[in-house]
Design a protein around this ligand. Structure first.
Ligand code: NAP
Length: 468
């Protein structure tokens, strides 16, 4: 969606509700100045003060939950129930960082033997903030993706500039306002309403210390190239095509039920959605029957309706991209066990039916590319070796799921699945206390936990020699 207009377009109707002008050069400069000035103040504040501010932001967001959830659903089409859950998850993460940041960034003491060996009388490792971080964010979890960056960054003493996806401007402006209302110093967290074409100039500005990007591979490549040229740190959270491996010892009912949620959460537009279902031949048919029945039973409809399981895709382009992947597979011999088309009633909006495709071969695009919508691919494998080989046969390495109660199989999968996470007997879900991120073309660096917060810290060695 590069260089699209900055606008709220309701994906359930296709109606443009509100458009915004991109900031001009002077307005961008004003925000850079304010971010830099805010950093000089914020970096000197105590953890107690930062925690107070972040708790206040969490309280405000909690009070705003219903209104902000409706904004999310209006801008990108996720079911309202899931939008409320996203807001609640943000509140939880803000409180978690407010309560844990000080301990996570506490000074570290190197081994006394190493301190003596270095000639020091004392040595300390201290995590100091880096400066203003540019966050380039996607529309799919428009609140959560930003908060999981902002909460640790602000607790570490950094300031943030948000370039949000062009189709979620009202959410972006809400976030800026939220932190302002919470009492953060002016400029601590600001939204830049700019198109993707304006990112390079901002990133090259010396007042930007580093960047984090969550989004597609091309966007990640572009931002990382500029940051590399400027020798600035980046964290990249890119696409995924996570495997969902089901082995004979699995609880099949549960694996099928959870698999449906894992595939269609957020209308199927989640980086960590299970996308490729790799099932052992002993349980393949039983799993396929239950999983397909579960997918076919989902309600596609108005995302504001609480009975809806799947709303529209976020953009017309996103739906066309998904259709092309499915059509390519079907033309090459894949079978749609359910779905494989738009809802037949020709409703307005960018809807697509939940789909299960069987008979996938490596020549099909969907075998290697990310399907960003409610489309699952189903594979039959003869044994664990083949399951692992197929699971790893992807350019991506974000997360993975494996259903087995066999400890030996779990150990093999933990060793051999090429991904930033392996979730056993459940679906991938992020938690503030655990690191999140990918391998291979899913990106690098981590978010969440202490590891994520330290990505944007200057890890400083303080070395004290003898004074006499
Ligand atoms: P996208 O097109 O890459 O957009 C993401 C952000 O990058 C937007 O703010 C976009 O701005 C900006 N952007 C696009 N091209 C750019 C460029 N050349 N230079 C600088 N900025 C650029 O991705 P999307 O389609 O919105 O999001 C879906 C992708 O994100 C999927 O691949 C999904 O898997 C991935 N994702 C990954 C994670 C993770 O944690 N790993 C989480 C969520 C989503 P504009 O909107 O103005 O174009």
């Amino acid at each position: 969606m590069a260089n699209t207009a900055i606008a709220t377009v309701n994906p359930a109707t296709g109606e443009t509700l509100k458009t915004f002008d991109a900031l001009n050069a002077g307005e961008i400069e004003d925000r850079l100045v304010r971010a830099d000035q805010a950093f000089q103040i914020h970096r000197g504040t105590s953890f107690a003060r930062r925690a107070e501010l972040l708790h206040r932001a969490a309280d405000l967001l909690e009070a705003d939950q219903e209104g902000v959830a409706r904004t999310l659903t209006t801008e990108m089409g996720k079911p309202l129930v899931q939008a409320r859950a996203e807001a609640a998850k943000c509140v939880k993460a803000m409180r978690w960082y407010a309560d844990h940041a000080e301990a996570l960034l506490a000074d570290e003491r190197p081994d006394p033997a190493d301190v003596r060996d270095s000639g020091a009388v004392r040595a300390v490792v201290r995590y100091r903030p880096l400066g203003t971080i540019l966050a380039v964010m996607p529309w799919n979890f428009p609140l959560w993706q930003v908060v999981r960056f902002a909460a640790p960054a602000l607790m570490a003493g950094n300031t943030g500039l948000l370039k949000h996806a062009s189709n979620v401007p009202q959410t972006a402006l809400y976030l800026e306002e939220l932190f302002r209302r919470a009492g953060y110093p002016d400029g601590c967290f600001q939204t830049l309403l700019i198109g993707s074409g304006a990112v390079e100039e901002v990133l090259r500005d010396p007042r930007i210390a580093a960047a984090t990007l969550t989004g597609s591979e091309p966007a990640g490549r572009s931002v990382a190239a500029v940051a590399g040229d400027e020798i600035k740190k980046t964290v990249l959270e890119l696409g995924g095509s996570d495997p969902y491996v089901v082995l004979p010892s699995a609880d099949l009912d549960k694996a099928a039920r959870v698999g449906v949620t894992a595939r269609v959460q957020n209308n199927g537009q989640s980086c960590i959605a299970a996308k490729r279902f790799i099932v052992h031949e002993d349980v393949h048919d039983a799993f396929a029957e239950r999983f397909t029945a579960g997918m076919a039973a989902l309600t596609v409809g108005d995302p504001m309706d609480e009975a809806t399981d799947i709303g529209p895709l976020a953009s017309e382009q996103g739906r066309s991209d998904l259709e092309e992947l499915v059509d390519d597979a079907v033309h090459q011999g894949a079978r749609a066990l359910c779905g494989g088309r738009r809802p037949p009633d020709h409703r307005a909006g960018w809807f697509y039916e939940p789909t299960v495709l069987a008979g996938i071969t490596p020549s099909m695009r969907i075998h290697h590319e990310e399907a960003f919508g409610p489309v699952a691919t189903l594979y039959r494998v003869a044994d664990l070796d083949e399951a692992i080989e197929l699971a790893n046969d992807t350019p991506f390495g974000l997360s993975s799921n494996a259903w087995t109660r066999d400890a030996v199989e779990q150990e093999r999968l933990a060793r051999d699945l090429q991904a930033g996470g392996v979730y056993f007997n459940g679906m991938t879900a992020s938690h503030p206390g655990m690191p999140f991120g990918g391998a291979k073309r899913s990106g690098y660096g981590r978010e969440l936990s202490g590891h994520g917060m330290r990505e944007f810290c200057n890890m400083t060695t303080l070395w004290y020699g003898p004074e006499e």
